[in-house]
Design a protein around this ligand. Structure first.
Ligand code: UDP
Ligand code: GLC
Length: 381
């Protein structure tokens, strides 16, 4: 089966990292068409996945765009759609991995008579999207997609609630290769030395810097914890959230936490960094569609505390394989951090449970089998 994957982003967000794992087994039978140049293209190349940047101009629609803004951008899209239609004729299936990819993919599917699959990495609710964008996504998926793959039950439920057809959507979780998360003790020690983390209780936060990812909640929680508790914030503002970055630095200064919070920017050594932490915090203030970092923490055998909403509830059972706290409540988060600091034995047992369960549940080999099977139904239909 030959697949044309489409993704709007040049930057490696969670949806893009997930796509790498899905496209990889197809080798030269796949092409990833991007609508923007950037480091994601390089990552695909490193993974030997054929990639081409199809758009020369950035597409101006944002998650909160109005109908008028959306219509204006359609003009810009015409050359891109023409290119995608031509490419699609060389493939058996179009696989749209993001919302703008869905818009282009839907039209390309129509003109090239190739089936369309939409991988839904978002919770299609008003909390995350404008009414216009919600309507466009649901209507295009309903009308043109043979299959929608939701990254969690939460994303599936929101799709159906927004008017999406129940009979076209299936849940497939993100897959991970457990081997990637087995780290070398000496690398971890080196990293701890470099970052001056030795002797401290380190809470790690791994996410792009964006208001709804809630890094500010962790900073507030830290101020309520003993001095030995420190935090590393790993990730960068990928989509222009510079004001938020400034706010975070200001918050750290106002709380006098300069010596207890480190901003590390975007990193590629995530498993090693996770392994250098004592606890991983996920703090999204809006429901997280899936939350790759939660599973990554589990695979590294590190305890994880997550915000109790969206896909995170499907990943974490409180007290069994992690901890859940009410989103947006620093006091509750601080309480869990202190429990993990004090109750080391029970916390280690929970982290070990999590590693065992996650290695089976999110094994990339099994996840990829599920996807191949779903796709084969479509191309043989
Ligand atoms: N990540 C990374 N480098 C960083 C910060 C994050 O590679 O500096 C990765 C992280 O390990 C995870 C992904 O980016 O795999 C983020 O995915 P997630 O589902 O947690 O959130 P998203 O940003 O996609 O909403
Ligand atoms: C999106 C979601 C995130 C999810 C990722 C992979 O980026 O925001 O929750 O983990 O896609 O499906």
């Amino acid at each position: 089966m030959r697949i044309l994957f489409l993704d709007q982003s040049g930057k490696p967000g969670g949806a893009e990292l997930c796509l790498i794992d899905i496209a990889k087994p197809y080798g030269d039978r796949a092409l990833v068409g991007l609508f923007a140049d950037g480091p994601f293209k390089d990552l695909l190349k490193q993974n030997h996945i054929p990639v081409e940047v199809l758009a020369t101009q950035a597409i101006q629609v944002r998650k909160e765009s109005s109908l008028v803004q959306g219509l204006k951008s359609l003009g810009q899209l015409a050359p891109l759609i023409t290119k995608v239609v031509k490419k699609a004729r060389e493939y058996d299936l179009i696989y749209a991995n993001t919302q703008k990819a869905l818009v282009v993919g839907a039209l390309a599917s129509f003109f090239s008579s190739r089936p369309l699959v939409y991988h839904l990495h978002d919770i299609l609710s008003k909390e995350h999207f404008s009414q216009t964008n919600l309507r466009i996504a649901v209507n295009l998926a309903n009308r043109f997609a043979s299959l929608v793959i939701a990254n969690s039950q939460a994303s599936q439920t929101a799709f159906v609630q927004a008017g999406g057809r129940r009979n076209i959507i299936e849940v497939v979780y993100n897959g991970f290769d457990p081997k990637t998360y087995q780290t070398d003790e000496s690398d971890i020690n080196k990293l701890q030395q470099q970052l001056e983390l030795e002797g401290k209780f380190v809470v790690g936060h791994f996410s792009r810097l964006a208001p709804w990812k809630g890094q500010h909640i962790l900073i507030d929680a830290l101020a309520k914890c003993p001095q030995e508790v420190t935090a590393i914030l790993v990730g960068d503002a990928l989509f222009g959230e510079q004001d938020y970055v400034q706010q975070l630095h200001q918050q750290v200064a106002e709380l006098g936490l300069e010596n207890r919070v480190k901003f590390l920017g975007f990193r590629s050594d995530i498993p090693q960094l996770i392994a250098a932490c004592d606890l991983i915090a996920h703090t999204s203030t809006s429901p997280e569609p899936f939350g790759r970092v939660i599973v990554e923490a589990m695979l590294c055998g590190k305890p994880v505390v997550a915000a109790k909403a969206g896909g995170a509830i499907e990943l974490v059972k409180h007290g069994l394989n992690g901890f859940l706290v009410t989103p947006g409540k620093p006091q509750e988060l601080a309480q869990v951090i202190i429990t993990c600091l004090q109750e080391t034995e029970i916390t280690a047992t929970i982290a070990n449970n999590a590693r065992i369960i996650a290695s089976e549940r999110f094994d990339i080999a099994i996840i990829n089998q599920q996807i191949t099977q779903l796709l084969s139904h479509i191309t043989s239909a």
